[in-house]
Design a protein around this ligand. Structure first.
Ligand code: SF4
Length: 226
């Protein structure tokens, strides 16, 4: 088993909240990992449009509920120094969406998502955002170093069901944007990484979810020898 791996912040959202067996396989036996389905092209386009819309302004000028900072870096690769928990060493490495310089000289980490600004999104993406904050504060020697990170959160774009056609074929899909704060605590993040490590260092993948239809299907196919 690999005892020194690179963990991607984005896998700490969907992949982690899903099946731990798949999570284990994707890091310890990636050749057997389930295929990664490509994100529909529309989402990166919306993300890019959001980044452009927020590029040169202090976010709080739009609304006081948004962070008092402006973007200084976007889509940049970062990597942490090695982290060791319970004898298991790993690094964290990935691309953040945007980093803000705050009016008070501290820094913020922002991710753009097309989603509802509800508790579910908050829970889903919190660890991904915390991972970026951790890496920026504990960077590898060649990686971007920014400290302190005072704010982390999401800018969510929530499309409405209203499509306006002004001059066909041009049209506008209306929507609303929200700021969702996700407080960062290094202590809590490392505690969470302890849970991740506890799964990754298992000698074998965790048992499958007995209710997962895909696993039942795979089992059946093996049985029938199709
Ligand atoms: S239980 Fe489902 S999600 Fe988990 S490993 Fe099996 S197929 Fe994948």
């Amino acid at each position: 088993m690999n005892e020194s791996i690179s963990i991607s912040p984005s896998t700490l959202s969907f992949d982690w909240v899903g099946c731990k067996r798949d999570f284990w396989i994707s890091y310890n036996a990636p050749e057997y990992a389930p295929p990664i389905y490509k994100t529909p092209a529309i989402f990166p386009i919306i993300d890019e449009a959001e980044k452009e819309a927020f590029a040169n302004l202090y976010f709080d000028e739009l609304d006081p509920s948004f962070p008092a900072g402006k973007v200084i870096y976007s889509q940049k690769h970062i990597q942490s120094t090695p982290v060791t928990i319970e004898g298991f060493t790993f690094i964290i490495s990935g691309y953040f969406d945007s980093v803000l310089e705050m009016r008070d000289g501290t820094y913020g980490v922002v991710d753009y998502k097309t989603t509802l600004p509800d508790k579910e999104s908050q829970g889903l993406y919190a660890h991904q955002l915390q991972a970026y904050a951790y890496v920026l504060e504990h960077p590898a020697p060649t990686s971007l170093s920014l400290k302190p990170i005072s704010i982390t959160g999401l800018i969510t774009y929530n499309p409405t069901d209203r499509l306006t056609i002004e001059k066909f074929p041009e049209c506008h899909l209306d929507g609303k944007m929200y700021w969702v704060t996700m407080p960062y605590s290094e202590k809590e993040f490392l505690q969470f990484m302890g849970e991740v490590v506890a799964v990754l260092r298992l000698p074998e993948p965790p048992e499958p979810d007995p209710n997962c239809k895909l696993c039942l299907y795979r089992e059946k196919v093996r049985e029938i020898k199709w």
